[in-house]
Design a protein around this ligand. Structure first.
Ligand code: SF4
Ligand code: SF4
Length: 243
C-alpha cells in the first residue's frame, strides 16, 4: 500500500489515549514516551504504510484520532508485545492498538481474521479452520500409528486423546492437523522421551483464537471458556497453550 502523508488539523480529542490510560496502572504512562525509537526499531510492522509504533503513540498523544483511523495501522500490528519489552517506560502500545481495533465496526474489520473468529465459534473444537472432532481424532491416531510403525525408538509413542486426569492438557493450532500433520510429531516425541503425562482433548483442542486479534472481547472470552471447560472436564492439572 502507498504511504500516505499525515495531515494535521481539527481539534485534538485523544480518545484513544484516554482509553488506554484508564487501563494502565497509576493513571497510565503514555505521556512518558522518551521518543527513543526502541519500539520502532524492533517492530515487525515498522514501515508498513508508513507506520511505526512510536509515530502511532505520538499521534494518539496529540489527539490525532481521525488521522490514525484513516490508516490500516491497527491491523499491521502483530500484538507480539516486543515494543513493551524494549520500552524503557514500559508503554503498552499493543493495548492502544487493541482499542483502535475495537473502534472499527465489526463488519469492516479484516475479513480473514473476522471469519476465522466466526468459524471458531461454530463448534466446541474452537478450530478456526473448521476441523471437526472426528477428523482431528483420526489424524492424530493415524500419524501416531505411522510413527510407531516406521520410526525406530518410537514404537511405543502415544498421542493420547481425552485421557481423564492427565497432568497436562495440550492444545494444537489447527493448521497442523489440517495442512501439516507431521509437524505435530516432534513435540509428541519430546513429551514421550520426557515421560510426561499428557493428553489432547477432542473438544477445545484448537490453540488459535482469532477473536483476540479482531478485538472481539465477548467472543474471545467465549472461545477461552470453551477451551478451559474442556480442560476441566478431563480433570487435567495444567493447560499447555501452544499459541
Ligand atoms: S520505546 Fe517507549 S519511550 Fe521509546 S519511543 Fe517507543 S514508546 Fe517511546
Ligand atoms: S506489539 Fe505491535 S506495535 Fe508492538 S512491536 Fe509488536 S507489532 Fe509492533
Amino acid at each position: 500500500m502507498t504511504p500516505q502523508a499525515v495531515t494535521l488539523g481539527g481539534a485534538p480529542k485523544s480518545l484513544f489515549k484516554d482509553k488506554v490510560m484508564q487501563l494502565l496502572p497509576e493513571g497510565g504512562n503514555l505521556n512518558a514516551c522518551l521518543t527513543c525509537g526502541a519500539c520502532a526499531a524492533g517492530c515487525p510492522a515498522t514501515g508498513l504504510e508508513g507506520m511505526d509504533p512510536r509515530k502511532l503513540l505520538r499521534m494518539a498523544s496529540l489527539g490525532m484520532d481521525e488521522e490514525i483511523l484513516r490508516t490500516q495501522w491497527a491491523w499491521y500490528c502483530t500484538m507480539c508485545q516486543r515494543c513493551i519489552y524494549v520500552c524503557p517506560m514500559k508503554i503498552d502500545i499493543p493495548q492502544l492498538v487493541f482499542n483502535l481495533r475495537k473502534s472499527w465496526p465489526r463488519d469492516q474489520r479484516p475479513k480473514g481474521i473476522r471469519e476465522s473468529c466466526d468459524m471458531a465459534l461454530r463448534s466446541d473444537t474452537c478450530s478456526a479452520m473448521g476441523a471437526n472432532e472426528e477428523d482431528w481424532r483420526y489424524v492424530v491416531e493415524d500419524v501416531a500409528e505411522e510413527v510407531r510403525q516406521s520410526q525406530s525408538g518410537f514404537e511405543h509413542l502415544l498421542a493420547p486423546m481425552d485421557k481423564k486426569g492427565a497432568t497436562y492438557f495440550l492444545n494444537q493450532n489447527s493448521r497442523e492437523p489440517v495442512t501439516e500433520p507431521d509437524e505435530m510429531v516432534p513435540l509428541w516425541k519430546v513429551l514421550h522421551l520426557a515421560g510426561v503425562d499428557w493428553t489432547y482433548g477432542s473438544k477445545g483442542w484448537a490453540a488459535e483464537n482469532y477473536c483476540m486479534f479482531i478485538a472481539d472481547d465477548e467472543n474471545w472470552e467465549k472461545v477461552v471458556r470453551t477451551k478451559a471447560k474442556a480442560v476441566d472436564d478431563l480433570g487435567c492439572k495444567y493447560w499447555l497453550n501452544t499459541e
